[in-house]
Structures are given as structure tokens and as C-alpha cells.
Design a protein around this ligand. Sequence first.
Ligand code: TLP
Length: 343
Amino acid sequence: MVDLRSDTVTKPTDEMRQLIATAKVGDDVLGDDPTIIALQNMISELLDKEAALFVPSGTMSNAIAIRTHTKPGDEIITESTSHIYIYEGGGYAALSGCSVALVPGKLGIMTPEDVEKAIRKSDGSLGHFPNGSLVCVENTSNRGGGTCYSQENLDAIAKVAHENDCAVHMDGARLFNAAIATGTNPARIVRDYDSISICLSKGLGSPVGSLLVGSSEFIAQAHRWRKMFGGGMRQAGVIAAAGIYALEHNISRLDEDHKRANKLAIAINEMDMFSVNIEGVQTNMVYIEINGDLNANQVVEKLAEHDVHVLALGDNLLRAVTHIHITDEDINKSINAFKTISS
Ligand code: TLP
């Protein structure tokens, strides 16, 4: 089975399972799980920030970040196709009491000018406006196609946010894909960001877990919100061990996923029935538009007959994502399956 539905489908490899089996654990709610402490220290060092918090998921990590940075009645500013807006159940509203100002993006990427335009302040508005207090930037942008922000743009957005008394959070679920694709040190990418969420359970191949990273003060407050959201985990060193393995072994290999996604994108784009915006294929994702009579669900079913699995994300839109289990052979098999349907 070639499973291109998401990079979240990855399963721990034998080497990773070995570390899971032998991990030293403690009670992390009491603060004494040595493996979690080691993982949190590792990511803080990697991103050159003071502290980090291990959490169950990327969604919870973003939710905790939003709750920590804002007050009920505030507004968050984010791109119109961001995960925080589309795929997190409206958590910013339900869990943080925030409204959202949406910024249009090109392939999911915002400009600092558009971010500035979207920031509304309660002060000076006769109380008409909510208080924009947090800018959220997704890098890579999932719905943008797995696209990367330029460093100049990231720095400028952080500057605009801070000049307008907003904190700036990065949903870096796939930050390391961005780092590898742009050849930039991850610490440099997030230098001006107040908090960063990274996912261990996507391209990095861990079974569970995300990390929220920031200043010691921010993480101390986030720790309290993690408790209230029910995200405190006890002997979770068993999954943190997988995270340590992932950070040590699975970052540099992301380049292979990017090359395979590129090959798949170019081949599919040559077929009459499908088109891919190649400009948007910068990391491990391929968004495919269907031009023929079949809709996305029908194409998904036909591909499944060839044991190739992708996600339908709209009437005419498919997504294929490469990851650690996808080989060159799998890419060839997928190209052939698409060809059969297209012909
Ligand atoms: N993305 C998943 C789905 O939820 C859409 C996927 O298959 O791509 N930020 C970004 C940018 C994400 O893409 C995701 C997951 C998350 C946050 C949430 O992570 P989890 O699934 O751990 O809550």
C-alpha cells in the first residue's frame, strides 16, 4: 500500500521502537520524566529558545499558544487557509474566546503589509474593534502547498506584529521541512518569533507528540494551560524517546521526501486530466487539481484500486504527501496509477 494521504501516517521504525522500549520514564506531571526533560532541552537548544513543553498534538500546541498569548475578546490574525483557522475546530473561539482576522495569502504565504492591515486594535476605536494581539504564521503552509516563507518575509511579519503590540506565533508543524528546503538554520528561521509549535509526528516519523517552544516565562504560563486543557501526560517518556530519535535522525532525510514529491508533481502535471501548480511544490506535498469528469472522491477510489491512497480535499482537489515510508518505487507506482486513470 502506498499511503500518500499525509505524513501523519508514519509508523515508528524498528530503531525508533528500540528506543521506545528502553526509555527511562518518570511522572512528567510531577516534573521527573528524564526523557521528556531531555527532549524539551534538545528542541530549546535547536531553536535557540529558553524553554519547551511536550504536548500530545499540534492542535493542542497551537491552542495552548493562543490561550497563553491572548485574553478572551482578543483577535488573532492568521492566513485564510491556515490550519489554525480551517482544521482546529474553531479552538481559538471555543478555548480562547478570540475572534479571527483572516489575511489573504499567495500559496498560503502572507505579506507583512497584509498582516499590518489586518491588525485591529480596541484602543482608539471607541471600543468597536476587538483587540488584535497575536499573529500566527504557518511555515510550511499546508494548504498553500507545503510552501516556505522567505526569511526576509518572516522577519518583516514579526517586526510588524511587535510594532503593533502583537505577539507572533509560528505553527511550525513542518518547520524542519522549511529549514531543509530553504537551507536555513531552524533557529534563524524562528529568531524573532515568541513561540513555535513543531510536530514530531509528521515528516519526522514519531508516533505522537508536538513541542511548544518559547521563553521560560511563556512556557511557565503555557504549562498551566496544558494542565487545564488536560494535556499533562505521566510516563510519556516512552513517546518522548521517539521524538529524540526523530530529531537526531530524521531531519536531514526530509530532502528525500521533497525530491520524491517534486518528481511526482512533475509527472502528474504532464497528464491531461490533472494539473499541479509546480511553483507551490517546495517540500513534501503535492496538491493536484482534477480537470476531467471525475470528482476527487471518484479519483481517490480509482487510485485505491491500485493500492495508492491520497486525500480528497474538495470537489476537484487531491493531496499527496511524501514521507519516510515512501520509496522511489512507490512514486513510480503512484505515477502509473495516475496515468491509468488519466488515459
Ligand atoms: N495536519 C493534518 C490534518 O489535520 C490536516 C495533515 O494531514 O496535514 N499545523 C499544521 C500545519 C498541520 O498540518 C497539522 C496537521 C497540525 C497543525 C495539527 O497537528 P495534529 O494532527 O498533531 O493535531
